[in-house]
Design a protein around this ligand. Structure first.
Ligand code: 3PG
Ligand code: MG
Length: 411
């Protein structure tokens, strides 16, 4: 799918101040970055702009910032990691006002090829407010710092926030370019091609806890794919819709009718809809979640007793899903098959990861938990593409227009 948006290859940033919105929302533990995927993924665009002689001003949110600005959600560790990976200083503007005097002074002092990182955009509460409210003022302050704007924050591109989309209005107003970066292009190429122009057969695999989170994804994919595979906690609502008892398994009562509709839709559209045929039962949820000292038993999907809960797909289901993956030319996977955080309940997720690793098909992993699972299980380098967006890739698979993409200039 070619994105009809201006990219960093279409603009000349020499000597110009370029504001780049990245998604540096990385997991931190005691101030250390535990997964730097999103930082690594942002490097190609940053390097390109540096090489072209731009003055590169990076910005991002980190965390939810529920209690106001605080050191735990400062982007300082990201600046350090970025400096190391780029092999050049990334000056960090620690000021909680993000766009205040120290940011302005630092930008004024920049030379061509310099890189600075602003503080967490969510330290300004206006970042997330409706554009018609205070978000406009913050967006304008961001725009005042730059000549051109590049959005490379795929993981945040489903948020119509000040630094993601509203800012483009002010950059454009003063004649600046609004482009997308290489990461945005790559994500949309992979995800967009898979959904809109897949090499068939196209097999989509959905897992995760809740049907409610994936309603529109299921609906949209049933129109685009050839086979839809369902696993994870959400499978039990489908099994219930088929008339099976699911015991204490995760069940979304309000979505049983929806699942019935989807089963009927698959049939009407001539799509294969694969549900678990057996399941791994536990007596109670492991505590802590990764406690391997648990008792499991495997039963057929229509024989779940009232006092047990399903926590992974069983071996027959693993084989069935792996077989379906074998026939595919394009596979999109979002959501684990079971409680993969627990080594005893990771077999289903592992089997699916293994099936994807073994095929020559184009394999695309939606972000969030499935990306974490693939990384944790050691299959990352076997996949064609692992999205850096969780919510964003899901919304993309729903067929929604992402505000961060939409806001860029058309070519
Ligand atoms: C993410 O990690 O999902 C993105 O960075 C977006 O963050 P958000 O869900 O807090 O908006
Ligand atoms: Mg999120």
């Amino acid at each position: 799918m070619s994105l009809n948006k201006k990219s960093v290859d279409d603009i000349n940033v020499k000597g110009r101040r370029v504001l780049v919105r990245c998604d540096f929302n990385v997991p931190l533990k005691s101030g250390e970055i535990t997964d730097d995927t999103r930082i690594v993924a942002a490097l190609p665009t940053i390097k390109k702009l540096v090489a072209d002689g731009g003055k590169v001003i990076l910005c991002s949110h980190l965390g939810k910032v529920k209690e106001g600005p605080n050191e735990k959600e400062s982007l300082a560790p990201v600046a350090k990691a970025l400096s190391e990976k780029l092999g050049k200083e990334v000056k960090f503007i620690a000021d909680y006002s993000v766009t205040g005097e120290s940011a302005t002074a630092a930008v004024n002092a920049m030379n061509e090829g310099d890189v600075i990182l602003l503080q967490n955009t969510r330290f300004r509460m206006e970042e997330e407010t409706k554009p018609e409210k205070a978000g406009e003022a913050f967006a304008k302050e961001l725009a005042d710092l730059c000549d051109d704007y590049v959005c490379d924050a795929f993981g945040s591109s489903h948020r119509a926030h000040a630094s993601v989309s509203v800012v483009t209005k002010y950059v454009r107003e003063k004649g600046g370019n609004c482009a997308v970066g290489y990461l945005m292009q790559k994500e949309i190429d992979f995800l967009g091609n898979a959904v809109e122009n897949p090499v068939r057969p196209f097999v989509a695999i959905l897992g995760g806890a809740k049907v409610a989170d994936k309603l529109n994804v299921i609906n949209n994919l049933l129109e685009k794919c050839d086979t839809l595979i369902i696993g994870g906690g959400m499978a039990y609502t489908f099994l219930k819709a088929k008339g099976y008892e699911v015991g204490k398994s995760l069940l979304d009562e309000t979505k049983i009718d929806y699942c019935k509709e989807m089963i009927a839709k698959a049939e009407a559209n001539g799509k294969k809809l694969l549900l678990p045929v057996d399941t791994v039962l536990i007596e109670s949820f492991p505590d802590p979640i990764d406690n391997p000292d648990i008792k499991t038993e495997v039963v057929k999907a229509d024989a779940i007793p009232a006092d047990k809960e399903g926590a992974d797909i069983g071996p027959e289901t693993q084989a069935l899903y792996a077989e379906a993956v074998k026939t595919a030319k394009t596979v999109v996977w979002n959501g684990p098959m079971g409680v993969f955080e627990n080594p005893v309940l990771a077999a289903g997720t592992k089997a699916v990861a293994q099936a994807l690793a073994d095929t020559d098909a184009t394999t695309i992993i939606g972000g969030g938990d499935s990306a974490a699972a693939v990384n944790q299980l050691g299959y990352a380098d076997k996949m064609s593409h692992i999205s850096t967006g969780g919510g964003a890739s899901l919304e993309f698979l729903e067929g929604k227009v992402l505000p961060g993409v939409d806001a860029a200039d058309d070519k």
